[in-house]
Design a protein around this ligand. Structure first.
Ligand SMILES: N[C@@H](CCC[C@H](N)C(=O)O)C(=O)O
Length: 318
């Protein structure tokens, strides 16, 4: 190659996408998504197209893409329908790098808000809707000022180490001097929660590189860094601050499933299992967490927070 030749690598483009594909852009506490309604399963947006759409310089820009498709069209959706025949809509979620994740807690609130705006469902305040996801059915309740989602049961990923000493992994992160102990929790998708000493440590993290987690949960992990409030519980409500590095995305302003895992880890470390209400401050706002007895006999986590649609458009790259 001569010195005058351009050195740019070929970036994924949007040209291969169907012309004039309508989309909406929305977010939940700053965790943002491109949303596409696909009632007849016409739009098979592949991994590269998702990455191109989510590109913040050459595309629309988002932390992920969500396709709203009837559950009956996907194998995972048909599985959900076997136990929950009312889960008509399926949240087909992808991270911004095009990878699939089992679940997205902020995404499912924005998803239901989008279904309502598209007039694909009716949902008066106080009523509930079942949504199919790759982590099973999720029941979403419409609130006056947002949505509450029953995210199902939490689970330790490395059960024995977690229950024996409360730590099961070690995480090293740019901007954090020492390697830290951590606790891995599944919310349908994997999370590894790291407790930091103070707010300065939280602010100094450099989350533009992928944290190193050992042992790494089998399907990779999202990493949440938390600082518990002092005191951690006030009038029966626990609080913490959190930043997150998401698998398949990078740092985001919020992660709903991550907030559930972070509240659970903090509750475990603080030996505060009787504290059922938690507030999680994320860079994009605040999320509410409630631990409730689940129908299956296992404890469930209910996540609540806002959902906002900010724009609509049509993908028409040329
Ligand atoms: N931001 C989401 C989680 C999205 C998926 C995650 N990056 C993964 O790969 O598991 C949330 O709000 O839960």
């Amino acid at each position: 190659m001569s010195a005058s030749e351009p050195t740019t690598t070929k970036a994924p483009t949007l040209e291969s996408l169907v012309g004039n594909l309508p989309y909406a852009k929305g977010h939940g506490t700053g965790n943002d998504f491109v949303l596409v309604a696909d009632p007849t399963d016409q739009h098979h947006i592949d991994k590269h197209q998702v990455a191109a759409l989510c590109d913040r310089h050459r595309g629309i820009g988002a932390d992920g893409l969500i396709r709203a498709v009837p559950s009956k069209f996907l194998a995972e959706g048909r599985e959900v329908l076997e136990s929950s025949p009312d889960a008509y809509w399926f949240m087909d979620y992808r991270n911004s790098d095009g990878s699939i994740s089992e679940m997205c807690g902020n995404g499912v609130r924005v998803f239901v808000h989008f279904l309502l705006a598209e007039k694909l469902v009716e949902l008066p305040v106080g009523s509930q809707l079942s949504i199919g996801t790759r982590a099973g059915v999720k029941i979403v309740t419409r609130l006056n000022d947002g949505y509450a989602v029953d995210m199902g049961p939490w689970e330790f990923i490395f059960e024995q180490a977690a229950t024996e000493n409360g730590l099961d992994s070690r995480v090293s992160t740019a901007g954090l001097e020492k390697v830290r102990g951590a606790l891995s929790i599944s919310m349908g998708n994997p999370h590894t929660v790291v407790a930091l000493a103070n707010e300065t440590e939280l602010e100094n993290l450099e989350l533009f590189t992928i944290p190193e987690v050992l042992p790494l949960p089998p399907h990779g992990t999202n990493v949440e860094y938390v600082v518990a409030a002092d005191p951690v519980v006030v009038e029966g409500v626990g609080s913490l601050r959190m930043r997150v590095h998401e698998r398949g995305v990078g740092e985001t302003l919020a992660c709903g499933t991550g907030a559930c895992a972070a509240a659970m880890a903090t509750r475990h470390w603080a030996q505060a299992l009787d504290v059922l209400q938690w507030k999680v401050q994320v860079p994009g706002g605040e999320l509410g967490i409630e631990f409730t007895p689940g129908a299956t006999g296992r404890e469930h986590v209910v996540l609540s927070g806002p959902a906002v649609l900010v724009s609509r458009g049509a993908i028409s790259a040329s």
